[in-house]
Design a protein around this ligand. Structure first.
Ligand SMILES: [Zn+2]
Length: 396
């Protein structure tokens, strides 16, 4: 069910200023955006901004999130306060999107034994399988499982999670009973578009799925040329029969607000291979967004739900809901709704928390040649092209 009207924003046409799109400002009810006052056509721009003149083409709004960790204290909160609790007031915004995607940073399993592959691990995250109800409540459509916690309770625990997600009708990518399954793109559809998602992680290598054994879709970064060619082939194939292709990448060093150079290069290679959007997570903090060949690279979406201690400097308790309005092979707009975690629960960031995150995002994006435009609740991210700047000043 689309939460935004189609065609209000045109690919390559520069920024538009109509509010009330996927950012949720136009009200919490679905379909409530038509009356949003900001959607009024601007003078002198006929043919671009009037909804009536724009034939509805295929398009949908995809909500990308970073880590969702439902174990430990969050698991306890769900037991005490209900399945909806962790989403807080982010829930209505999620329901306004057409597709919702998370990195599920824990196992959903009853397995009691931690997986042991010989590597030291400080943290093991597990939630009861019933926590899948939390995902269902928010309408989560896809869980990326290529990460460093999917197999915290062994490959059996991971495979139990696959069954739990399958039974709930939640697509997943990045882990499986063998390499082919872990590598296979998830395929979804919304708004007349087919969307494929490939998920990879750069650690732990000990969990790499093989042709005969279960695990995650492991790809080291930077990859060897042969590995890069392989992942590029996987992405190209995922794109071949989909209108829009997303690559989820969980990796990089923890608690860094800027991606290492090898990640920037890797992200660009994936876009060149056919990805329409790069969806990074793993550092636990939001990183800058780059626009490359007309496609967004979200280096790190941060953490949306967890119970981690907050670092006062890096503010890992702040992240965002990343709303992509997409058409075939293109992103028409990208908006970020700042989100904060408090008491094991996400909520739309306000006040000082919001100001901090928007300022940080502006700084990080500026370093990558993108600009952010504050629209009230959401900020819009665009290439920092001269045309964009002119449009912004003209619209006040
Ligand atoms: Zn992780």
């Amino acid at each position: 069910m689309p939460g935004t009207g189609p065609g209000a924003e045109q690919a390559g046409a520069g920024p538009v200023t109509g509010k009330g799109g996927a950012d949720g400002q136009s009200g919490r009810a679905r379909g409530g955006r038509a009356a949003a006052p900001g959607a009024a056509p601007r003078s002198g721009r006929s043919g671009r901004s009037g909804k009536a003149q724009t034939p509805p083409g295929p398009g949908c709004t995809i909500a990308l999130m970073g880590d969702v960790m439902l174990g430990r204290l969050v698991d306890g909160c769900i037991a005490d306060r209900g399945f909806a609790y962790p989403w807080g007031d982010v829930l209505p915004l999620l329901r306004g999107a057409d597709l919702r995607m998370i990195n599920l940073e824990c196992a959903l399993t009853q397995a009691a034994d931690r997986g042991h592959d010989g590597a030291y691990r400080a943290f093991y995250f597990r939630a009861r399988p019933s926590a899948v109800e939390t995902l269902k409540l928010a309408g989560v459509d896809l869980a990326a499982l290529a990460n460093n916690h999917a197999c915290d309770f062994g490959f059996e625990g991971m495979e139990e999670m696959l069954a739990v997600l399958d039974q709930a009708g939640i697509a997943h990518a990045g882990a499986g009973s063998n390499l082919a399954a872990a590598r296979a793109p998830a395929r979804l559809a919304a708004g007349g578009l087919s969307v494929s998602v490939v998920a990879i992680a750069d650690s732990p290598p000990g969990w790499a799925a093989t042709p005969e054994s279960p695990g995650i879709h492991y790809v080291p970064v930077p990859p060897k040329p042969s590995t890069l060619a392989e992942i590029a082939g996987t992405v190209a194939e995922a794109k071949r029969d989909a209108d829009f292709c997303i690559v989820s990448v969980h990796g990089g060093p923890n608690l860094r607000d800027r991606p290492p150079r090898e990640f920037r290069e890797f992200a660009r290679r994936l876009i060149e291979a056919g990805a329409d959007a790069f969806w990074g997570h793993g550092a636990h903090v939001v990183q800058g967004i780059e626009w490359y060949r007309g496609r967004p690279i979200l280096y790190d979406a941060g953490d949306l739900i967890d119970d981690y201690a907050a670092d006062e400097t890096l503010r890992n308790d702040l992240s965002g809901l990343f709303l992509l309005r997409v058409g075939p092979s293109r992103v028409d707009s990208l908006r970020v709704v700042p989100v904060a975690i408090a008491d094991m629960r996400a909520h739309v960031a306000r006040g000082r928390a919001r100001t901090w995150l928007v300022g940080k995002l502006a700084e990080l994006c500026a370093e990558m040649g993108t600009a952010i435009h504050d629209e009230g609740r959401a900020v819009r991210v665009t290439p920092a092209a001269p045309a964009a700047a002119a449009e912004r000043s003209a619209s006040g």
